[in-house]
Design a protein around this ligand. Structure first.
Ligand SMILES: [Zn+2]
Length: 281
């Protein structure tokens, strides 16, 4: 993927290496597995994050991070990709405002309570912020067989920005209401899946428009889309469950199957139009 010459947004708050402001337990493999389960299987974002996180320790002592463009390559990557995603949405969605982006390690205070790496990358609607622990890229690759390609990582970032868009459009709030009236957990999960697949489709929409919005400075290269699809496949509920519990229980799906995730990422990419991302029909 081409991105080095892309516009720096300078909108990152870098909390890496800072005190998380509350105790973070565990470590090693336990944390990694928890992270994968938290992010993919339980589908804690965005609405469940709030409930889950508020049951954790307090957040009052969180230090502010360093604002701007991080000096390291991984941080710069997030900054450039984030700026490009904002440029694409600003040209398509009236009233779009960028989310905040926080990089952290292990744990950090958030508007949704205490956030931990165990939750994976997540978006908190209460403070309209995307939280990323960059060690997750590695876990995703080694634990799940996701692609290590830059575009595959950018797809995950664009997916989280997609949840921000859903907060701006009101889709997230509508889903939360519908879930409260759902008669079963399985029915409530159907709404989560629709929201997640829409975020995948929005990621495809971004990818289709990245080059146009950056004058070619941020652009997919041959083979990149396939790497993104490889990750979409690897993080499908059925694939994760097979890996984590050795069997597939569709009633617990919250993000969609591998097939569905690939289909919607591809649909957004092929159409280049967010209006084709109606996963609720
Ligand atoms: Zn999601």
């Amino acid at each position: 993927m081409k991105w080095q010459g892309g516009r720096r947004g300078g909108n990152i708050e870098d909390r890496r290496g800072m005190s998380p402001g509350a105790a973070v337990g565990g470590g090693g493999i336990g944390i990694i597995i928890l992270a994968l389960i938290g992010y993919f299987v339980f589908g804690m974002e965005p609405q469940q994050i709030a409930e889950m996180a508020s049951s954790q320790q307090g957040t009052a002592t969180q230090q502010a991070g360093v604002e701007g463009t991080p000096a390291d390559e991984a941080g710069q990557f997030v900054d450039v990709i984030g700026a490009n995603i904002n440029d694409v949405w600003q040209g398509s969605l009236q009233g779009y405002t960028p989310p905040r982006v926080v990089l952290y390690e292990q744990g950090t205070g958030t508007g949704c309570g205490f956030g931990q790496s165990a939750m994976g990358p997540f978006y908190c609607p209460a403070d309209q912020t995307v939280y990323l622990d960059l060690s997750f890229w590695q876990d995703m690759e080694t634990q799940l067989g996701a692609s290590g390609a830059e575009f595959a990582r950018a797809y995950v970032i664009a997916h989280e920005f997609g949840h921000h868009v859903q907060t701006l459009t009101g889709a997230s709030q509508q889903v939360r209401q519908a879930q409260q009236q759902a008669r079963s957990q399985e029915e409530a999960n159907q709404y989560s899946i629709a929201l997640e697949l829409q975020a995948d489709c929005y990621a495809g929409f971004w990818a289709a428009n990245a080059a146009r919005a950056s004058g070619g400075a941020v652009a997919l290269e041959p083979g990149d889309l396939e790497e993104g699809l490889k990750t979409a496949n690897a993080i499908g509920d059925d694939m994760i469950q097979k890996r984590m519990q050795g069997r597939v229980t569709p009633e617990n799906f919250t993000h969609g199957t591998a097939e569905q995730r690939m289909t919607w990422l591809r649909r957004g990419y092929d159409s280049g139009d967010p209006n084709t991302c109606n996963t609720f029909n």
